[in-house]
Design a protein around this ligand. Structure first.
Ligand code: SF4
Ligand code: SF4
Length: 442
């Protein structure tokens, strides 16, 4: 599928959906409707948060990621494991076991994304020191939170820190270093992120803040979990190993980005606030928008509960994974990149660590291009909303009465989709029929 036509990584398996409305109420951006007995997703509103994947008992909502076989499109393959991957396995004493397992699965090299997180932390610390930077700065790590800001809080777009995500930084560095070391061309090298969420898969196809992603694909943790587990067992049986380059491994602080609060800790900012879960993030963004957090300098918002360890396409329970990561990093270095070394000296990436374009608002569900027509439609929405019962029951297939009123005026729904209005009309009609039959009898 071309990058242009690819809008989202969260999709519906129509054959499995029973139209139960379970997902309707949980969508943070009211992107879901039930029409003709099945769920549909409004593309402009969806932020790929994966809430609907978690709640659907029928497994009708799916995350579209790349199969492991897609790495074979490239002569050389580099795995970029999200730090969350390290929380998925029991008795993992050090992360080199994971790297060796990935190399046995067909990758030529492994570049730990927490190395990218270390670079991103340093770049954010520099931004925070600037007297002209907006307050609070908002983390750019979670693509779902950026999309949420595009859709619902466009006035906060300038607060998003213009530093690329650890995944992007890691991919750019990994490819550059691999090409230099082995004397190969960049187009021969494929970089694949091992992802805990669908949101990152979308961010690869529709990059945020830069034209083209350095990542060539996203393979879900859940897809590789079984194969990687068996590779880890083989490793314990003493089979020959390919070693990972130690310079490709991040610090304890970089790995800590996998859980909520890890980024704030890594950037060493006392006036930072870390919030997880898309609804909670949304509430705090509202507070920021209304200027109710004037002392806040940095906001780390992550769509998944617990942070990336709670992603919708991971294997392990969020709390278990979080605890494993906490234990795993005990023996790892915790030093930040020295402030006396220029960032470019560490990365060799120049401006590629930063955004090269602004993030634009998404004009979701514009009522009309013509301003006076839009005003008329707004009045009509208000009229329709007053007719509706205000119960927000969802049985009409829209998440709230307000959303149904908007859907009716846009022509996507009918007044009688509201079951209470329907019941009212039916009883009025029945009454009229009784009156008519009495009149005709007289
Ligand atoms: S939760 Fe949503 S996607 Fe799943 S069966 Fe119910 S309506 Fe369909
Ligand atoms: S992924 Fe999130 S935003 Fe998109 S439809 Fe599902 S719940 Fe709504």
């Amino acid at each position: 599928m071309s990058a242009k036509s690819f809008l989202h990584s969260v999709r519906l398996d129509k054959g499995k959906c029973v139209g139960c409305t379970g997902c309707l109420k949980r969508c943070p951006t009211e992107a879901i409707r039930i029409r003709k007995g099945r769920a549909t997703i409004i593309d402009e509103l969806c932020v790929d948060c994966g809430e609907c994947i978690r709640v659907c008992q029928q497994h009708a909502k799916i995350a579209v990621t790349d199969p492991l076989s897609s790495i074979n499109r490239f002569k050389y393959k580099i795995a970029l494991p999200a730090p969350t991957l390290y929380g998925q396995f029991k008795k993992l004493d050090d992360i080199s076991g994971i790297s060796r397992g990935l190399m046995r699965m067909g990758f030529n090299d492994v570049f730990d994304v927490s190395r990218g997180a270390d670079i991103a932390s340093r770049a954010i610390m520099e931004k925070l020191k600037s007297p002209t930077c907006p307050r609070p700065l908002i983390s750019s790590a979670c693509p779902s939170v950026i999309r949420l800001i595009q859709v619902r809080f466009p006035e906060l777009l300038d607060n998003i820190v213009d530093v690329r995500s650890p995944m992007e930084i890691a991919a750019t560095m990994a490819r550059k270093e691999f090409c230099e070391k082995h004397g190969v061309r960049p187009e021969e090298v494929g970089c694949f992120f091992i992802t805990p969420c669908a949101s990152k898969a979308t961010a690869i196809r529709r990059p945020l803040g830069h034209e083209k992603s350095s990542v060539d694909g996203a393979i879900s943790i859940i897809e590789i979990y079984g194969l990687l587990s068996s590779q880890l067992r083989r490793g314990q049986m003493g089979l020959p190993e390919k070693e990972q380059d130690p310079s490709h491994v991040g610090t304890a602080l970089g790995i800590g980005w996998a859980r909520s609060g890890g980024e704030s800790l890594a950037i060493e900012e006392d006036e930072a606030l870390a919030v997880d879960g898309i609804e909670n993030v949304s509430k705090v963004l509202e507070e920021i928008e209304n200027d109710r957090l004037p002392d806040l300098k940095y906001f780390e918002g992550l769509a998944c509960e617990g942070g990336c360890v709670g992603g919708p396409i991971v294997f392990e329970n969020v709390y278990i994974a979080r605890n494993r990561i906490r234990k795993l990093v005990v023996g790892l270095p915790k030093e930040r990149i020295s402030e006396s070394v220029a960032l470019d000296e560490v990365t060799g990436l120049g401006e590629d660590v930063f955004f090269d374009r602004p993030i634009e608002p998404i004009a979701a569900m514009k009522l009309d291009d013509d301003f006076s027509e839009a005003l008329k439609k707004m009045d009509r929405i208000e009229e329709v909303r007053k007719m509706l019962p205000g119960l927000d029951c969802g049985s009409c297939g829209s998440p709230t009465c307000q959303a149904l009123a908007e859907d009716i005026v846009r022509g996507y729904a009918k007044e009688l989709d509201c079951l209470l209005l329907l019941k009212q009309r039916v009883s009025e009609m029945a009454k009229q029929m009784v009156e008519i039959s009495e009149l005709t009898r007289e």
